[in-house]
Design a protein around this ligand. Structure first.
Ligand code: ADP
Ligand code: G6P
Length: 490
């Protein structure tokens, strides 16, 4: 299959020596591009994985802002540089900190706790210490690039201490934080030995944004339970401490989205439409092409999806060459044990399905452990008759929205898990509970065999929802809430 990852040469980026400050500063664990050292020693910049970068990259374009983040490699950070109108300010993270702060505390402690403990969370004090240390470094970098009175927008679970750490150093700036992933119910959050400092870290912000109202409510409840805060609706008030006045922080839902117009335009382009046809032809022009696109993460329900698919072959409901599944599984967090185990399980299952149900010239599952550029992704979406989005828990799931944005032809059908944030906007899709394999099988079959006119009506309704709330509206909504914070005491 064609397409290659986005590559930005260091040549294309301007390194500038003088200190520069900005009125708008974004801090996220990753920069929008990762530094990758090639065999010839030249550093190449490739687009970073995940939905955070997809959304924020569009928001930052056209704004004269700075992005503080890790460049994806251990040790010394590259010098700050300008790329496509954005000032990128890399933060160094050592090899040991990658292990303790990123792979450990962020992705082996917080990630499972914030995703329903689908795999057990691991608690290590050394990981917590590294998390605090790296959050301090991020806070210092933010303070370096933030102009007086700047707006600072901190992102996601890796940087929950940054709001408080920035406030201590720079009371002049306005601080917002957005959680791209779910915020867990109090019963799960309670397990964290560091629950109180994490909440205090977040309450350093003026405004906190979440994907769903339920996430914001979980946060507010946790503040009541573990900080003795008083709460009223979506407001949290901390008692006065050490001569500091009381502060009230608002926590509410602002569901994230994508750049709908530019993706739709891409999907309408001649080259993408032609590529979609080529993809179908290269797969042997199946009657039904199913598609899954996910980071290889246990939250995405890829195993459940494959189980349902395999059973549909076993039952004789599906067969080759009529049906094929393309599963794109982007490499992710490959040194974390739970991810290593998942990869082995998925690859074993794909091997078994193909060994049993593929025929000469027709493959049941095309498994692609690779990254693609936007045009190739759009072509895949346009080629697919049924998109399978089956997470066990997902903050939003932008893939679901991307699929809908690309279907300007009103073709295709979206199977969507009720455990995604996207479900709350896209409930007209073919909704499934991925834990219920029998139900999932029936939903997949309905999406395949459903009446075309009904499916077009469903897609049209989905498109209205996705178009209504695009990424610009999301960012404006978040920034307007931040601008209105902190509220003056009554
Ligand atoms: P998450 O943030 O958990 O990875 P999302 O579905 O919200 O999940 O966002 C994933 C983003 O990554 C989407 O913008 C999607 O297009 C992109 N993406 C996923 N897989 C690939 C891939 N193999 N190549 C390129 N982009 C990908
Ligand atoms: C999700 C998280 C992001 C993260 C992305 C990719 O979208 O919300 O914060 O960047 O996954 O994960 P990675 O660990 O590769 O940064």
């Amino acid at each position: 299959m064609g397409g290659s990852p986005t590559r930005i040469r260091t040549k294309g980026c301007t390194s500038v020596d003088k200190q520069t400050t900005f009125d708008f500063v974004v801090a996220a664990n990753r920069l929008p591009v990762d530094a990758v050292e090639r065999e010839d020693g030249e550093v190449e910049w490739r687009r970073s994985p995940g939905g955070l970068v997809t959304a924020m990259d569009s928001v930052m374009r056209g704004r004269d802002g700075a992005w503080v983040g890790w460049a994806g490699t251990p040790g010394e950070a590259p010098a700050p540089f300008e790329s496509e109108g954005m000032w990128l300010h890399p933060v160094p993270v050592s090899a040991e900190e990658i292990e303790h702060y990123y792979e450990g505390f962020s992705n082996d402690t917080l990630w499972p706790i914030y995703h329903d403990v689908i795999v057990p969370a691991r608690f290590r004090r050394t990981w917590w210490h590294a998390y605090r240390r790296v959050n301090e470094r991020f806070a210092e970098a933010v303070c370096e690039v933030a102009a007086k009175g700047a707006t600072v927008w901190v992102h996601d679970y890796q940087l929950q201490l940054v709001p408080e750490l920035v406030r201590e150093r720079r009371p002049d700036v306005r601080i917002g934080w957005f959680n791209h992933i779910p915020f867990p119910p109090v019963e799960l959050f309670a397990q964290l030995p560091w629950r109180a400092p994490l909440l205090r870290g977040l309450l350093g912000a003026d405004y906190l944004g979440f994907q769903r109202t339920a996430d914001a409510q979980n946060f507010v409840r946790a503040c009541r339970s573990y900080l003795g805060a008083t709460t009223k609706g979506d407001r949290v008030t901390l008692p006065a401490e050490d001569g500091q006045p009381t502060r009230t922080v608002r926590a509410s839902a602002v569901p994230i989205s994508i750049d709908v117009a530019s993706l739709t335009e891409l999907a309408r382009s001649e080259s993408v439409q032609q590529r979609a046809q080529e993809i179908r032809a290269s797969l042997g022009d199946p009657k039904t092409l199913l598609l899954g696109v996910d980071r290889l993460d246990y939250t995405k329900g890829i195993r459940h999806r494959l189980k349902a698919y395999e059973e549909l072959f076993e039952d004789g409901a599906l067969s080759c060459p009529d049906v094929t599944l393309v599963q794109v599984a982007t490499p992710s967090r490959e040194r974390v044990d739970a991810y290593k185990r998942l990869r082995t399980q998925i690859e074993t299952t794909v091997g078994r399905i193909n060994g049993t149900y593929s025929t000469v010239g027709a493959t049941a599952v095309h498994y692609l452990h690779q990254s693609y550029d936007r045009a190739e992704m759009a072509a895949l979406y346009l080629a697919a008759d049924v998109m399978l989005v089956t997470p066990l828990r997902d903050g939003m799931n932008l893939v679901a929205k991307e699929y809908v944005a690309c279907r300007h032809d009103l073709g295709g059908a979206l199977v969507l898990s009720e455990f995604t944030g996207a479900y709350h906007e896209l409930s007209q899709a073919f909704i499934c509970n991925p834990h219920d394999i029998e139900g999932l099988k029936q939903t997949i079959m309905r999406a395949i065999t459903g009446d075309e006119r009904t499916k077009r009506r469903m897609m049209s309704a989905l498109r209205k929802r996705v178009t209504h709330n695009d990424v610009t509206r999301w960012a404006n909504h978040f920034l307007a809430n931040l601008e209105a914070s902190p509220e003056k005491p009554a």
